[in-house]
Design a protein around this ligand. Structure first.
Ligand code: ADP
Ligand code: MG
Ligand code: MG
Length: 212
């Protein structure tokens, strides 16, 4: 597959909503170890609102508008730190693809990078701080590398999910430097970051969305 179409984006948001719902207790358990035990609830709530908009999104061919609406929906419905961060990701992603009705790999890579830069600017986290950035930033790098390889979306998404899974697991031994977990200092070691985990799940649903 060489272009990502409207139907794939709708499927992505639908599968992400379902996956986050299914993993609500898991995400909450991770956040209970080094946070305030609400990440599962937060993500489920935000993505339920997105799920409610899928019909509206399926009638709109402007992908930029859909991503911006998606981002605003997350910002306005998630109470925790993850709401503005994920919201910014999708909002900035949307800004990069204004009026496009399908995405080339180049479009996707540029928009993803813009999204990640938005999260970095907003949360001031770097790789190694034990946050969602530990998953998102290496994926952005991997995506940029993929441009020179002339690969299909199938191959690229399969690669980034593997990278995301590794990065998610790599948060376990880290000391948290940002967010609530950072209040624990060295006691945050030995636990997987909840936001890195939800980022992995969102990327896994992207891979699945183009397989159907
Ligand atoms: P809260 O911490 O407000 O309860 P959530 O539990 O929904 O919000 O989200 C926590 C997750 O948000 C963390 O696991 C981490 O991945 C991510 N996070 C927190 N602060 C930052 C930040 N400054 N930059 C990037 N990600 C962050
Ligand atoms: Mg929390
Ligand atoms: Mg909270």
């Amino acid at each position: 597959m060489k272009t990502l179409q409207h139907k794939h984006i709708i499927k992505w948001f639908e599968l992400a909503s379902l996956t986050l719902r299914e993993n609500k207790d898991y995400l909450t358990k991770l956040d209970s170890e080094i946070g305030d035990a609400d990440h599962g609830f937060n993500m489920e709530r935000g993505f339920n609102k997105v799920h409610n908009k899928l019909e509206e999104f399926s009638l709109n061919t402007d992908l930029g508008a859909i991503f911006k609406n998606m981002g605003m929906t997350l910002i306005s419905s998630i109470g925790g730190a993850s709401g503005p961060l994920y919201g910014t990701f999708f909002l900035q992603f949307g800004m990069a693809i204004v009026t496009k009705t399908e995405l080339s790999l180049q479009d996707f890579v540029t928009a993803f990078e813009k999204g990640v830069n938005g999260v970095k600017l907003r949360g001031r986290a770097s790789v190694g701080d034990k946050t969602m950035i530990d998953v998102l930033a290496p994926v952005a790098d991997r995506l940029k590398e993929s441009l020179s390889e002339n690969n299909t979306f199938e191959k690229v998404f399969s690669d980034i999910v593997k990278s995301a899974e590794k990065s998610m697991k790599s948060t376990v031994p880290l000391i948290a430097k940002k967010g609530r977990a950072s209040y624990l200092g060295a006691r945050s070691v030995g636990h997987q970051d909840a936001g890195a985990t939800s980022s992995y799940l969102i990327l896994k649903s992207l891979k699945e969305a183009i397989e159907e």
